[in-house]
Design a protein around this ligand. Structure first.
Ligand code: FAD
Length: 419
């Protein structure tokens, strides 16, 4: 049924999750095609850090040296309220091969993954959009459109993306890593259920003379969550939760250019508002704010799809879950899903294992996400937990940069247990 040149797996979406799935598949000799409707990868760092679990995955595909050469290591998480340091989590106490978080721009990671794919003769088909998918017991049927830019208009010239070619084919598997607005998910009529409150953040990156001591900090203030990440080159990112503002859906679109932005129409992105937020919510941050290189207002919903896939079309990454930004869980757990899904597909295609593996994939990651999103069986304070941690335990869960066993160990450091 499937001609020699047709792929065995079509990966839709060349974000970090799709690129990683394609890489694992091609490492195993699977014929993979990866498409993305945009014309190039992201131009900025969004999810900016790699959990220890992601570093282990990158080691498995031979990329760890490249990543470590370009990252900044964070060894602890400091928890603050007003002037007070209330608790800390020590990643460097994890008995792991990589006992730290690697701060690395998402676009740099995407570049490393795209380059690694080229070594396997797999090039991302940019400007190729999945237009339709239907899935059956043994294959999926897809329509892929090639987009080109066309000059239009006579008096006033303008350019527009138009469809230049449309291709229909059957493929044994589709991996839908096509982000939060996933066409794969929508076409298969998989519900994307709300799983908690939406949060909106004003994000600033700037140079500073602060000694950030290889630490990420969470500052709780009057019901708001505020996050400080140290970045390389004396820089940092501050994300401040906006309690009375709703950012647009478009705020989740990844820019394809690296741009230096001013506050634009947003009063919450001015220099003055930044100073006010710092003074009020993180009074301990008395360091300089030098050249602001990025500012953004962005919305973070919490959602979980009702299933990770159907028949021969499976989802990973933002296509199947969304959460808050602090713990960088969406992308990092997405990479774990990509690896697990790709390995399951390899075993089905190469070793004739049963589709049951995909049911296990679904069950495992639905369970992990139901935990991470606090939908059931959450965390329980132990006897010795400090009262501040006890009070904030539920809110802390999505803010800790880890998942799985690493998360369980970090929670235990502050007396919290996974139930
Ligand atoms: C402004 C902003 C700030 C962020 N900040 C943080 C943060 O602080 N912390 C954090 O954890 N996360 C943050 N994120 C989220 C983070 O970027 C995502 O979790 C991560 O990109 C998910 O990776 P992914 O590969 O699953 O999806 P994506 O990176 O969204 O990639 C999906 C890809 O699929 C492509 N695609 C979509 N539809 C189709 C189609 N029909 N055909 C072909 N291709 C298609 C898209 O073009 C895209 O390239 C932020 C995101 C944004 C936009």
């Amino acid at each position: 049924m499937f001609g020699k040149k047709l792929p065995e797996v079509l990966v839709v979406g060349a974000g970090p999750v799709g690129l990683f799935a394609a890489l694992v598949l091609s490492e195993h000799g699977i014929r993979v095609r990866i498409i993305d409707k945009e014309w190039r990868r992201a131009g900025h760092s969004y999810a900016l850090a790699l959990h220890p679990s992601s570093l282990r995955l990158l080691k498995n595909v031979g990329l760890i040296e490249k990543v470590l050469a370009k990252c900044y290591q964070v060894q602890s998480v400091g928890l603050y309220e007003a002037q007070e340091r209330r608790a800390e989590l020590r990643l460097d106490a994890l008995e792991e091969e990589f006992p730290f978080i690697a701060v690395m721009q998402q676009n740099v990671l995407e570049g490393i993954l795209e380059e690694a794919l080229k070594q396997h003769d797999v090039k991302v088909d940019w400007n190729h959009r999945l237009a339709h998918i239907s899935t059956f017991e043994d294959y999926s049927h897809v329509v892929v459109e090639k987009l080109v830019k066309e000059s239009l208009g006579y008096i006033i010239a303008r350019t527009e993306w138009v469809v230049s070619k449309s291709q229909r084919f059957d493929v044994p598997f589709v991996v839908g890593a096509d982000g939060h607005h996933s066409l794969v998910r929508r076409a298969l009529e998989i519900d994307y259920n709300p799983a908690g409150d939406t949060q909106n953040f004003a994000v600033f990156e700037f140079k500073t003379d602060a000694d950030l001591k290889k630490e990420m900090r969470l500052a709780v203030h009057d019901g708001s969550l505020n996050v400080l990440w140290p970045l390389p080159n004396r820089s940092c990112r501050w994300s401040f939760e906006l309690l009375d503002y709703q950012a647009s859906e478009e705020s989740r679109t990844k820019d394809r250019f690296e741009i230096q932005v001013g506050p634009g129409e947003y009063p919450m992105l001015t220099d003055e508002y930044l100073y006010e937020l710092l003074k009020k919510r993180a009074p301990w941050f008395t360091s300089t704010v030098e050249s602001i290189t990025w500012r953004h207002v962005v919305r973070f919903e919490r959602r979980l799809a009702s299933t990770h896939g159907i028949q021969r079309a499976w989802l990973a990454g933002d296509a199947v879950h969304l959460t808050g930004p602090a713990g960088i869980q969406s992308m990092n757990v997405g990479l774990l899903e990509a690896s697990d899904l790709a390995n399951s597909i390899v075993r089905i295609l190469q070793d004739n294992e049963s589709n049951e593996l995909l049911k296990i994939y679904n069950d495992d990651w639905q369970t992990e996400w139901r935990f991470l999103l606090g939908l059931e069986d959450g965390i329980k304070p132990g006897e010795k937990v400090n009262p501040w941690v006890r009070e904030h335990s539920t809110a802390l869960l999505p803010c800790i940069p880890a998942s799985g066993d690493d998360l369980t160990k970090l929670l235990a450091q502050v007396g919290l247990k996974r139930t």
